[in-house]
Design a protein around this ligand. Structure first.
Ligand SMILES: [Fe+2]
Ligand SMILES: [Fe+2]
Length: 190
């Protein structure tokens, strides 16, 4: 089967559109986090945004044969929800979207691609899992108000000057560069 005549081509276009809008949403979430003083969460959101644009590029390259071909139009139909709210609410909502994408939408696309003989593309649809886990951890830490505390001593690091210290709770204000607590990197576990 030719890719241009396959359902996989439409799914690639849907995934491309999805990754682009996810990239935009993570950039908006970065702004929201920063406006609430959480530059550290903002940095994670910006990393996610960059990841999503890289994913979009992977799908774009399949659609355009590495940028060599023109595809006049691909009609897609998909649900793209728009969910506003506070930082913590948005983290939870986006985590749900990531989970749905990783466990329902993309596995379905992967199976269709493999059934149509596009094994490599099928494997690419299975490429992301970690965003969901990261958002869930951030949400849980904010909800329990323990973004800046740990049951055992751990290493904290200032994102601005690199100052490090090992303790249960980090500094309110960096003792070296005076950066705020929201500039301390957040330790995540996988
Ligand atoms: Fe992605
Ligand atoms: Fe610092």
């Amino acid at each position: 089967m030719k890719l241009s005549e396959s359902n996989t081509m439409t799914n690639l276009a849907t995934a491309f559109a999805n990754e682009c809008q996810e990239g935009a949403k993570y950039q908006f979430l970065r702004e929201k986090a920063e406006s609430e003083g959480y530059d550290n969460i903002g940095k994670i959101c910006q990393d996610h945004a960059t990841n999503e644009m890289t994913h979009a590029r992977i799908f774009y390259d399949y659609i355009t044969n590495d940028g060599k071909d023109c595809v006049p139009n691909i009609d897609i139909s998909a649900g793209y929800p728009f969910k506003g709210g506070t930082l913590i609410q948005t983290l939870k909502l986006m985590s749900g979207d990531e989970l749905n994408q990783a466990t329902v939408i993309y596995p379905n696309f992967a199976q269709i691609a493999k059934d149509e003989g596009f094994t490599e593309i099928g494997e690419k649809f299975e490429l992301e899992r970690s965003h969901y886990l990261t958002l869930e951890q951030l949400y849980a830490k904010l909800e329990k108000d323990c973004l800046f505390s740990s049951e055992k001593a751990i290493q904290w690091k200032c994102m601005e000057c690199g100052h490090e210290d090992t303790k249960k709770q980090p500094w309110q204000v960096c003792p070296v560069c005076r950066a705020k607590q929201g500039d301390i990197g957040i330790p995540l576990q996988f």
